[in-house]
Design a binder for this molecule. Sequence first.
Ligand code: PBG
Length: 347
Amino acid sequence: MVAAIFMNDSDNTEGFKLDLSRRPRRLRRTAALRSMVEETRVTVDDLIAPLFVIDGDGDKESVGSMPGVFRRNIVDLVAECRELHGLGVKAVALFPSIDPALKDAMGTEACNPDTLVLRAVRAIKEAVSELVVITDVALDPYTTHGHDGVLNKEGDYVLNDETVERLCAMSLLQAEAGVDIVAPSDMMDGRVGAIREVLDEEGYANTAIMAYSAKFASAYYGPFREAVGSASAAGTASLDKKTYQLNPANRREAIADALLDEEEGADFVMVKPAGPYLDIIRELRDATSVPVAAYQVSGEFAQIHAAAKMGWLDCKKSRDESLLAIKRAGADSILTYFAREVAEKLR
Ligand code: PBG
């Protein structure tokens, strides 16, 4: 016994000795000790799976820069939702990839009462009613220019209030279709309060709002824009959303904007991207009393996969560490394209 301790703990051998009252390594010595003092754990309850949906009955389509992520037709989407639910995942966030022929400058299709995403919601709710369904509220999947709102005459500025009016109509349609949570991702001013008012007036007081509150004008959305076709709609891979999304340099402004969303009635506030903005997640977690969601975006996912493909990173270990860091920073929910495989691992 004594010998074993000496073998495990070279600090007890003869020779140079530090006179230390605290040796933090004591609690790192064995796996059992380490797990006793582990402060953060990612669980299946933390995960929200973003899913892409396409119209028609074709085969699922892969997204080039996002290995293992697909655009699925409604039937396949429902099957995926059933499986996620079976794995214990509580929530999915839906994103439609719209036929370019249906896009226009105003994003008219967003307010079609039978648009793709609404049909998808109804089908999921019919098949797996307990699964929490979250839908995105923004015009970018529906506009030819790929912006989240409607443009002014000159075509160089996204109009705030006119856009909010449309977002309210979109939210109401989503609530009617049966979603649990609407998630405005557009970053217009005042949209959370306006959406809350419309939902309450129309009898949807229990439909929650997850506000993309601290959403930064980030380079990490590139693969997503490929997935929903908003960049190709715009004819550019670097669609500039700086007049509404936050400046990545600004911490104070991000917190202030998120607190406005809370005041306006947001049930969740979100930070996006997640990994490069852990300081924002922490600061917001300390500043608000509502749950904080964090979105590990497409570029964060693609980065890990790309490095793993080169043989430069261990995919699973970097995946787990990236999610742990987001949780440790203070996220209560994490939207991640790794949701399914992590749920499988945690089983
Ligand atoms: C837009 C929206 C974006 C994402 C979710 N909703 C991209 C954008 O602002 O262009 C990005 C998600 C991701 O990169 O995974 N409403």
